[in-house]
Design a protein around this ligand. Structure first.
Ligand SMILES: *Cc1c(COP(=O)(O)O)cnc(C)c1O
Length: 823
């Protein structure tokens, strides 16, 4: 960003009040997420007010961190409590941020390409960057920053060095595009396609297309696919075809760039087309239809930019896949590895460093970084900035790979090692030096960091459980939106977070400001504390030997009977106190005090002022099933009654809670002070409507190890249970009952998916393997096999063997590696 003074900004965003000791203070960075501070002094924080978070809440914390400039909308904000800080008051902070971006955009007169559509926006943008970065200095939306908040942040990154801008615009509700258009003001447009994402908020396809087109009402040229009927009709109806120039591609006669043939080979596709009577062709190293569509958009843009066909052909062949996700894996020597090695530029480095910085499970952090290509800055400026970022984000060791970064070695003030090439590094650096750390791999494509990743990664068993962290956050927000603003959420992380992994999930939830975490045992709580988790933790099954440790690590035991209460009283040291949660048995008849225990319980606790009751709670036995609704209500009433007894006795309002995931959906009016969210967080619900809204968190997958032809009459597997009634093809996959794939799935009871086709199990499931019937399918060795990838599949599998999704998820063995990623 270029520099503005506080006064400038106040004027631009039409502030109602500016309270500043020095209004000429220069601002060079905008911040909206209190967790991502890098520079402090010249930063301005926009306190955005969202459905879930209110940015104003973080102001005291930010001031402590050294941020001193704020755009706020809360008129009651007690600014006198913060005498050193500067405040700009506006009606709406998001509108202000957008107005600022719009103003900033108007200062530039370079070509701006705006991309919208349902799919492919990010890939087209990244591919155009791959195709053109050698010739022009391009600014583009980082990752997929395309929302009402992402677009202004992208646009504010514009500076004098940029020669071309590529910004994505994404809308999820109608009426959102006008604001985005005001900020992007594209001169050229690409409409990728209109699919079904976010359909529920749109009237129909045409309305959606119409809304998207508002981005393009003033463009010079719009690029689109002529074969897409809805797109064409809407363009026609909106009168745009007369108003603006268009460039279309497609198979129809009318397309400007008319496709004449698409030939798919082993791993590449040749696309032939005619442009103004001339025959042309490109070849891309992909064979899927989405890639062909994305490549056609990119090709059209290059033609529009007057690229020669020979350059286009040469570069199209070299297109790289775009990593859409930041991935975290278990590494050797107790390390965690974050892979982000498809591109390297300052903005994406910053995003990756933020992610690294948020990881607290290891004390040390290493970054392996290649030369940053095409930054438009000279090496010294560039690496000065990189060095600053590494310091600010708490990186402890840098391994620099490439001639440029090596030449600037002196700029880095941390442990550092430099190598000219990736193979130099692998040949000369002892990886044993990296122990118990989090490692970020960040390199330009040409440095082939995947070879480093292979060395650092734990040698994986091919069966993995992929955990989509973005989906988990989506599910959390889904439930948050169902709750009153003040209702707290306790996330249930028992049983290794329903199979998904404890630390990673706890960490993510802490980042998203969860109120409470619950685990089953003291050891699990200690593990989380040792990994840096600070959120309050409830322990559901405290055991006598663990109580002293629980106190030491500030864990909060659930107290369910007098025996454990006495043990606790014994265990509290002289100068300590402890918070506890009282479990009431309202009908489960498992653990908990009963109604007639309460008076005596209260008496005992009152004698021990070191014990603080944090909450009183109970658990529902059948909240997901209407036939138990009367019983559920009885449970709720009983807890409410008992809670009153506590309130009276202690003369304060003690929290109470009873709802689990399906309780939140079905008994929403009984939220009390907190809810306990379990399986819903992981994307599974017994409620059909809810299931549709949730995103799957875990995908259990493996690959085909071997394929065999079996003659009619032969048998397959142990005890000859599988029988070939005809000539068969079978595939063996490396997952068995020891991985948690129940033996009950044997002989066609269970199934997997290959290329979206359901494939039955043949024969008995073995300890480490099982066999699939692929007789009628096109499958080869090495192909991916999905055991489950959505809630419905988990529900179906569970039903097939008469169990519940909870049991399937929590049985996935620890030897199945968990791989975490963000979408
Ligand atoms: C597991 C558990 C929950 C969460 O239940 P879900 O159905 O998974 O939401 C809530 N409370 C207690 C006491 C639990 O043991």
């Amino acid at each position: 960003m270029m520099k503005y003074t506080l006064k400038n900004i106040a004027d631009i965003i039409k502030a109602s009040k500016l309270k500043a000791s020095d209004s000429t203070m220069e601002i060079s960075q905008v911040l909206i997420d209190s967790r991502n501070i890098s520079k402090k002094k010249n930063t301005i924080f926009f306190a955005l007010v969202g459905k879930i978070h209110d940015g104003h809440k973080f102001i005291p914390e930010l001031i402590k961190e050294g941020v001193s400039n704020f755009v706020v909308s809360d008129k009651k904000l007690a600014t006198k409590d913060f005498p050193t800080a500067n405040f700009i008051f506006v009606e709406d902070t998001l509108v202000a941020l957008q107005a600022f971006a719009k103003y900033h955009r108007a200062q530039f007169h370079i070509p701006v390409l705006g991309i919208t559509g349902s799919n492919g926006k990010t890939i087209v943008k990244e591919w155009l960057h791959q195709l053109m970065y050698e010739d022009v200095n391009i600014i583009r939306s980082p990752k997929s920053f395309n929302s009402q908040v992402g677009v202004p942040l992208s646009v504010l990154g514009l500076n004098k060095q940029h020669q071309l801008a590529i910004f994505e615009a994404g809308i999820s509700e109608s009426d959102e595009m006008a604001a985005l258009k005001g900020m992007i003001e594209p001169e050229i447009g690409i409409l990728t396609n209109i699919g079904t994402a976010h359909d529920e908020n749109f009237f129909n396809h045409n309305q959606k297309a119409g809304e998207k087109l508002r981005l393009f009402t003033d463009v010079d040229t719009l690029i689109y696919c002529r074969d897409h009927k809805v797109v064409y009709q809407t363009l026609y109806q909106a009168g745009l075809l007369e108003k603006i120039k268009t460039f279309s591609w497609g198979e129809t006669e009318e397309a400007n760039l008319r496709i004449t043939a698409i030939q798919k080979k082993q791993n590449k596709t040749k696309i032939s087309a005619v442009l103004k009577g001339k025959e042309l062709a490109i070849e891309i190293p992909f064979i899927d239809n989405a890639s062909i569509e994305n490549a056609m958009h990119a090709w059209s843009f290059l033609i529009h930019q007057a690229y020669s066909q020979s350059v286009i052909e040469k570069r199209m062949k070299l297109l790289n896949p775009v990593a859409m996700r930041l991935e975290m894996k278990e590494g050797i020597n107790s390390c965690a590895i974050i892979n982000d090695y498809y591109n390297s530029d300052l903005k994406s480095l910053e995003i990756a460093l933020d992610f690294l910085n948020q990881q607290t499970q290891h004390p040390k952090k290493t970054v392996i970084l290649s030369d940053i290509l095409q930054s438009g800055k000279n090496a010294e400026d560039l690496y000065t900035e990189v060095a600053k970022m590494l310091m600010q984000k708490g990186v402890t060791r840098l391994i620099g790979i490439g001639k440029d970064i090596s030449s600037q070695a002196d700029l880095f003030d941390i442990e550092k090692h430099f190598f000219d090439t990736t193979s130099d590094f692998l040949a000369n650096y002892n990886l044993g030096f990296i122990q118990n750390e989090t490692i970020l791999l960040k390199g330009a494509r040409v440095y082939a960091f995947e070879t480093i990743s292979k060395e650092l990664q734990q040698k994986n068993h091919e069966t993995v459980l992929e955990i989509n962290l973005s989906a988990l956050v989506h599910n959390l927000n889904y439930f948050r939106n169902k709750l009153d603003k003040d209702t707290k959420i306790m996330a249930m992380l028992k049983a290794f977070s329903y199979g998904s992994g404890s630390y990673e999930i706890a960490h993510l939830l802490e980042y998203h400001k969860i109120d409470y975490i619950a685990v089953a045992y003291v050891d699990e709580g200690i593990e989380l504390r040792k990994a840096g988790i600070k959120t309050p933790i409830m322990i559901m099954n405290p055991e006598a030997e663990g109580l002293a440790a629980a106190i030491k690590y500030k864990l909060e035991p659930e107290i369910y009977n007098f025996r454990i209460l006495e043990q606790l009283i014994e265990a509290i040291p002289e100068n300590e106190s402890i918070k506890i949660h009282i479990k009431i048995d309202t009908g489960m008849h498992r653990l908990g005090f009963e109604e007639n225990d309460i008076a005596s319980l209260i008496k005992t606790v009152k004698k021990h002022p070191k014990i603080h009751i944090q909450s009183v709670f109970s658990h529902l036995v059948g909240s997901d099933d209407a036939k138990h609704d009367a019983f559920t209500k009885k449970q709720i009433l009983l807890l409410e009654k008992i809670k009153e007894q506590f309130n009276k006795a202690f003369d304060k309002d003690i929290d109470s809670h009873i709802l689990n995931s399906s309780g939140i959906i079905r008994f929403n009016e009984h939220q009390m002070d907190m809810v306990r969210l379990g399986i819903g967080l992981y994307g599974v619900s017994s409620e059909k409507e809810t299931q549709k809204e949730l995103m799957q968190v875990g995908t259990l997958k493996t690959i085909v190890s071997q394929i065999k032809e079996i003659e009619k009459g032969e048998s397959i597997g142990y005890d000859r249970k599988g029988k070939a009634s005809k000539k068969m093809r079978i595939a063996t996959i490396p997952i068995g009952y020891a991985d948690g794939f129940f033996r009950a799935f044997s002989n066609g009871i269970g199934h997997c998916f290959i290329n979206n086709k359901r494939v039955p199990i043949v024969g008995n499931i073995c300890m480490d393997m099982c066999m699939l019937d692929i007789t009628d399918l096109q499958v080869k060795e090495g192909d991916e096999v999905i055991i489950f990838s959505d809630g419905e599949q988990i529900n179906t599998l569970a039903k097939a063997i008469d169990t519940i999704p909870y049991e399937l998820l929590t049985n996935i063995s620890r030897r199945v590696k968990r791989v975490y990623f963000y979408d």
